[in-house]
Design a protein around this ligand. Sequence first.
Ligand SMILES: [Ca+2]
Ligand SMILES: [Ca+2]
Length: 475
Amino acid sequence: MSRFIPSNRLIRILAIFVALLACVVVATAGGSNAGPRRSPKPDAEEHEEVVKHAGALTGSCGVERWSVKTGTDADAGSINLQSTTQTTIASLGAIPAPSNLPANNRVKPTETTVYRLQATLTQYKLEADSDYHLVLSNGPGHTMIGEIPDPTCVGSGSPLLSSIQKARGAFDAKYTATGSFKTANVPVTVTGVGFFDFNHGQTGIAPNAIELHALLDIQFGSGSGGSVTVTNPGNQTGTVGTPASLQIAATDTAGGTLSYRATALPTGLSINSSTGLISGTPTTSGTSNVSVTATDTGGAAGSTSFTWTIGSGTGSQLLGNPGFETGTATPWSTGTGVISNSSSEPSHSGIWDAWLDGHGTTRTDTLSQQVTIPASASAATLSFWLHVDTAETGTTAYDTLQVQILGGSGTVLATLATYSNADHASGYTQRTFNLAGYIGQTITLKFTGSEDYTKQTSFVIDDTALSTGRPGTVT
Ligand SMILES: [Ca+2]
Ligand SMILES: [Ca+2]
């Protein structure tokens, strides 16, 4: 008995079913009158609805956040079209994805900002909503999507319309997008409005689903977007124990900020990633095949290669207490207070340096050391790091530092250089002199710093070396 539904109850269920069916029919009829008919077939890639639109490339435009994508949303007037923010795929990908994506409003400030970045256009495709879907890449794991809508799908009131038309035209002039992905792998500079999409697993999507949507400009090639050239410094030589310094020069047509990296530098040398200065003291002899790469913030890069041969020579470093790190003068001869660990004049390395002058009154400070260069030496190279700062102005030499070689009787054999207040600069500069002419002799290296009656000049010396190794000779 319980297996059979009583006939009066069956009639009631049928009546409810018929009533529900009628409601569905009415609702469907109302929908088709109220707005455009939606295509029953969503985009296979985007899993997004499209709406039929005569004149669009595929015959359809998009639906999801379409006003935001094309600049006809309630917040379109707050897009900052007056300025462009230079960025990278990595920077955009690091912006937290919002928890809520309003259908007709913008997530500020990301969706009201116009960004520009350099990337590689890896793939492109015509989507069902007539967008060009561009996959932009700065390398594995750093991809995002840029989209160029069909101008036919952009409302005439959009402030983005003319730019979208230009970007679309620029793309059409180079490529023909179809319904399947094609490979490009060309450098581009793209400009577009920030946009957060729903993550449907779209090809190339950023981790936070950020896009440039719509793209307002696309430039092909590295020319306009930054082409980085690194000047080859030529093959280099050096000597174990002798400080080395090489400034790498590079240019970026985009005027971007460059960062530097180097591979296979001689042991003991390193490159400053922001300045491109290679410095340090080689510790091991041998020849290195050095490669230096400069990369701008957009990812454009240039590189150069050269060899760097570090010779051990027969050499050794002859000066005692070369960096003043004993905290006393010996075996240098100097006056009281010259050997300094003052934070006012920081050392080039370690804690101590030799600070000549800096009093702003008439004064002479000297620093000297006697040294014998063995007759067996294959070379003799003097180097030291010098920092000059001053209260003087202009190019007149009021305060001077002489670097001299004295003979056994104290006579001046040579004045290697005279520096002055006019040589002031921030930081240290390495100075190098060839003393091969004194091989086999006992000489005195002497620094003499002389100040006039006013306005201080400080001559700060550190990391001296007199190396007998022949640069570039590996023994
Ligand atoms: Ca030092
Ligand atoms: Ca002075």
